[in-house]
Design a protein around this ligand. Structure first.
Ligand SMILES: *Cc1c(COP(=O)(O)O)cnc(C)c1O
Length: 343
């Protein structure tokens, strides 16, 4: 049965001043707790903490886990605002920020204090061997944080492969309707989780109770949506891989993809994103124009298939490079539409 959200700032306190579970809405909320229990279960973690966005979760983790004089590795081909935060806020605090390609992350980790990995990396979909990376970090005593946004916990569980902390945006496939912003961290180290909770209390990047409730509601259909998205992604990748208008396709689920072998070892499902390179920007514009289903939109993980030309946002990728995010359309309809639109 559905439980309503609990929108509250100040909870009623008992007259005897007994220490209550809930005092103020920035420190705790019963709807957060329900969402966090579900997220922890999905990630195979002992605890999770909800945040107001993926970036709120990631920046809280980076603030708490890095310090002056330490070396932080971030993916050069991952979510660009993470690199910005590291360069513009952490570097001036004395953190040495190293931008490393996902493909070279294991080597770079041998000399790091904190490693933030993203796999498959957004938008190029390169994959890093999480078990190998975790082993390297462990030998060195480095902390491994994995951004699990693109794979979702339905696709992979980084903690079971040795990561110390998962960070993610729930804005994408987990909530899945392109109508809210949310994030979370998940982990099993009590002191680390307590430090993150304190950071959330003090910095205040909290999730609204109504959004928490919507994410929780969405988790009920996340498995079905994600399965269809993965099925559509494989079908689209197969359509595009030998198409004359296409210069390159990356999808970890494609048997010939350079990342397939590692992906198949560590992922249960390969995700709903496909990256594609067309000739140039005008080829992308023509594709969107001719397709009845494709929506031009940044972000991903929603129920409608969308396309994003990343060079327009400054990603270091060719002009005709796009990230396709699969919706939950009927696979045959989607393939027919894309096939016709590509010509
Ligand atoms: C979108 C995204 C983020 C940021 O999440 P928000 O919810 O938009 O703050 C972080 N990492 C990855 C990989 C993302 O795709």
């Amino acid at each position: 049965m559905a439980t309503p959200p609990v929108p509250v700032s100040a909870y009623h306190l008992s007259p005897d001043e007994a220490q209550p579970l809930d005092t103020y809405g920035r420190s705790s909320n019963p709807t957060w707790r329900r969402l966090e229990a579900a997220l922890a279960e999905l990630e195979g973690a002992s605890a999770a903490l909800a945040f107001g966005s993926g970036m709120a979760a990631i920046t809280s983790a980076l603030r708490v886990l890095t310090g002056p004089g330490e070396r932080l590795v971030v993916p050069a081909d991952g979510y660009y605002q993470v690199r910005r935060y590291a360069a513009e806020y952490l570097a001036p605090q004395g953190v040495t920020v190293l931008e490393v390609a996902t493909a070279e992350m294991c080597e770079a980790a041998a000399d790091a204090d904190v490693v933030l990995a993203e796999t498959p990396a957004n938008p190029g979909l390169e994959v890093v061997d999480l078990h190998r990376l975790a082993m390297t970090c462990r030998r060195r005593g480095a902390t491994l944080i994995v951004d699990n946004t693109t794979a979702t916990p339905l696709g992979q569980q980084p903690l079971s492969l040795g990561a110390n902390l998962v960070v993610a945006s729930a804005t994408k496939a987990l909530s899945g309707h392109s109508d809210l912003i949310a994030g979370y961290v998940a982990g099993s180290h009590p002191e680390m989780m307590a430090a993150l909770e304190t950071d959330r209390l003090l910095a205040g990047p909290i999730l609204g109770p109504f959004e928490a409730w919507l994410v929780l509601r969405s988790l009920g259909s996340a498995g079905l949506r994600f399965e269809r998205q993965c099925q559509n992604a494989l079908a689209v990748a197969m359509l595009l891989r030998n198409h004359p208008a296409v210069r390159g396709v990356r999808y970890p689920g494609l048997p010939e993809d350079p990342a397939h072998e590692v992906a198949a070892r560590q992922m249960r499902r390969f995700g709903g994103l496909v990256s594609v390179e067309l000739a140039d920007a005008s080829a992308v514009h023509a594709l969107v124009e001719r397709s009845a289903l494709l929506v031009a939109s940044t972000s991903f993980g929603g129920i409608h298939t969308s396309i994003d030309r990343r060079a327009r946002w400054g990603d270091p990728v060719p002009d005709g490079f796009v990230r396709l995010s699969m919706g939950i359309e009927d696979t045959d309809d989607l393939i027919a539409d894309l096939g016709a639109a590509l010509g």
